[in-house]
Ligand binder design. Structure first.
Ligand SMILES: [Zn+2]
Length: 336
């Protein structure tokens, strides 16, 4: 195999990456993957190819295009380090590559997501697969193509400190456990949480006596983002109105839902209890990137007073008495 052919395949993978299709709701990487054997390109794909906007390029080319083929002797050229973790029932791309018995993988850039960085390479090496990187100029091209993604991941890494824990089921259970007396949930439009079963979870929490506040951003702020964001928002208001309508009176009194534009910049779930105060904080850029790797920061007042106080001040600001109520918002959007 000539070095020339290798370079052609890398360039083709970058070309594929440029075609990536994404769900509009968050920032995804641009990824392209090519499979080649003895100087011939067998197949290629991009992120979100074949009408499936959540599918990874390596998964698509291996499982959908080449299906069950054993790929001994083949090289996979991928512009991003293959992932090592995905939510069940999805399977990480490293596993797909190993499963197909690929002999060599050439990678465009490391995954800037610190939950993955370097792990993809290590796991491939452990499986006896040769791993190489794109040459410097092509790597720079891939990084340029993914600059928004890299910036977001870097910002997330800066906030996530040694106290960060990975969320399970979006961390509901750890936040709304029986010692929580008072919880606040701040989100842009709550769509992701609602589809993860948030409302079903919150009903019993209210019944148990925990006070819950939900603060969302305003319709105007969401509409400015995109039409899809606007539609999601309306859907949320409809879901919340229905949810509140079905609540027993005593639970309804424990729930406050309000709207403030200041909620745009913060996604957080906060619990306060009698003995210790800690804030489980989900940075917005963390919720926007792959939920498979959602990270929560636990800010404990005892060892991080400054951040804790700053976040508390922000909560007071967005929950001020003049904040819009659900009733007003629903009326404004014509929802009954
Ligand atoms: Zn993947």
């Amino acid at each position: 195999m000539t070095e020339q052919f290798d370079l052609e395949c890398m360039r083709f993978a970058i070309k594929e990456a440029r075609r990536s299709v994404h769900k509009a709701d968050r920032v995804h990487p641009q990824v392209g993957a090519v499979v080649a054997h003895e100087g011939k390109r067998l197949a290629s794909a991009c992120h979100g190819d074949l009408g499936a906007p959540c599918d990874h390029a390596e998964f698509t080319v291996l499982e959908k295009v080449l299906e069950n083929r054993v790929l001994v002797g083949c090289t996979v050229y991928t512009t991003l380090e293959p992932c090592t973790t995905r939510n069940h029932p999805k399977y990480p791309c490293v596993g797909h590559i190993i499963g197909h018995q690929v002999s060599r993988v050439v990678i465009g850039m490391l995954d800037p997501n610190q939950a993955i960085t370097g792990k993809g390479i290590l796991q491939l090496r452990k499986a006896g697969i040769a791993v190489e990187l794109f040459p410097r100029d092509l790597m720079a091209e891939v990084e340029e193509l993914n600059r928004h993604f890299i910036r977001q991941q870097a910002a997330q890494a800066a906030i996530v400190t040694g106290t960060a824990v990975k969320g399970t089921q979006y961390g509901f259970s750890s936040i709304f456990d029986s010692s929580a007396q008072d919880c606040v949930v701040v989100a842009q439009n709550l769509r992701t949480l609602i589809s993860a079963g948030f409302l079903e979870h919150i009903g019993p929490v209210l019944e148990r006596g925990t006070k819950v506040a939900i603060v969302l951003t305003t319709f105007e702020a969401m509409s400015a983002i995109s039409e899809a964001a606007r539609d999601h928002y309306i859907e949320t208001i409809r879901d919340l109105t229905r949810f509140v309508g079905d609540l027993p009176e005593v639970s309804r009194k424990r729930l406050r839902i309000c709207f403030h534009p200041g909620a745009t910049s913060l996604s957080a779930m906060v619990r306060r209890d009698e003995h210790r105060e800690r804030m489980v904080f989900t940075p917005k850029f963390a919720t926007d990137t792959d939920p498979d790797n959602r990270v929560f920061c636990v800010v404990d007042r005892r060892d991080n007073r400054e951040i804790y106080d700053r976040l508390t001040a922000h909560l007071t600001y967005i929950m001020q008495p003049s904040a819009l109520t659900l009733e007003t918002m629903a009326k404004r959007l014509g929802i009954k």
